[in-house]
Design a protein around this ligand. Structure first.
Ligand code: PMP
Length: 307
């Protein structure tokens, strides 16, 4: 993966890649208070690139600022336009977009309030996050020993930079044992989500996912897949479930902007279903790719064309 591009958007203007630098005393670098997003742009079947659910992602970025008491210097409209400007400047079509709102250098105390709030937007081409093979045939997941955040110690509805230490510890732990992705349980022992994805289980034709009121990020892909599934006549059951419910699932899949809709073929060394992506997973994965690539023409409001 080559993340070097021509331009990065920094504090209101496009600067050269090598000029997009911050000081080592940058507050967020030390303590992790910041907001970020992960967004994807897809080349559409008509040859034009379009960003998928740009408004929802920027809304969540601003909500993360609200949750973390960061006062962002740009509004929704300006940030959406800035993402499009950055894609255009780098002449990209299929790409990943990473806006980050962070506290600059100045004061160093935890109570610092005078530091500039800075914003950077980066774009780069990024293929299947959990690998092409995983997307097609399914991944091997393991329940990590690290619990997902308790809802009253971290703010789980925010995509807060520092909170990702929890995900990274879980991910590194399972990768070291040869698995592709970590599934995390909450502090009560119920399944919450994966290190960077929400989780869905199919059993006896019903689709289950963990509820919004639990320790999960409000995934935009989760919301998209719920909508697509309901439009196809499925009912989504939002409820807590235990780790062994995964072991007896017919199908499991994960959703995320980076991971898209990735089938899970194994959890904790138990084969899920017949070890291949099942029919519900495959149909929702196809529906998802049709939606992001504008193939079906459905939900045009989800796609912002990069003109
Ligand atoms: N959970 C976590 C912890 C994540 O980091 C992500 C990725 N943003 C998701 C779920 C999926 O969210 P989305 O579909 O909005 O990318």
């Amino acid at each position: 993966m080559d993340i070097e591009t021509d331009k990065i958007w920094l504090d209101g203007e496009l600067v050269d890649y090598d000029e997009a630098k911050v000081h080592v005393l940058t507050h967020t670098l030390h303590y992790g208070l910041g907001a970020f997003e992960g967004i994807r742009c897809y080349l559409q079947s008509d040859g034009q690139p379009a960003v998928f659910r740009l408004d929802a992602h920027i809304r969540r970025l601003l909500e993360t600022c609200q949750i973390t008491t960061i006062d962002p210097p740009f509004d929704q409209d300006r940030l959406e336009k800035a993402c499009l400007e950055t894609i255009r400047a780098n002449e990209l079509d299929d790409c990943y977009i990473r806006p980050v709102v962070f506290l600059g250098h100045g004061e160093m105390g935890l109570g610092a309030t005078s530091n500039d709030v800075r914003v950077a937007i980066m774009t780069w081409p990024w293929g299947a996050y959990l690998g092409d093979e995983g997307l097609e045939h399914g991944i091997r997941a393991k329940v990590a020993s690290f619990n997902r955040h308790h809802v009253n110690s971290s703010m789980v509805k925010g995509k807060i930079n520092g909170q990702y230490v929890n995900s990274i510890l879980a991910k590194r732990e399972v990768m070291k044992s040869g698995y592709d992705e970590a599934i995390m349980v909450d502090t009560e022992g119920y399944i919450s989500e994966a290190s960077g994805e929400n989780i869905f289980v199919v059993r006896d034709g019903e689709i289950f996912t963990t509820p919004m009121g639990s320790s999960i990020l409000s995934g935009i892909t989760r919301d998209t897949v719920v909508t697509l599934a309901e439009e196809r006549g499925h009912e989504i059951i939002e409820q807590r479930f235990t780790r062994d419910f995964l072991y007896v699932a017919d199908e499991i899949f994960m959703t995320g902007t980076a991971a898209e809709v990735t089938p899970v073929r194994e959890v904790d060394d138990r084969t899920i279903g017949d070890g291949r992506p099942g029919p519900v997973t495959t149909s929702l994965q196809n529906a998802y790719f049709d939606a992001v690539k504008g193939r079906s023409g459905d939900h045009p409001e989800w796609r912002t064309v990069v003109e």
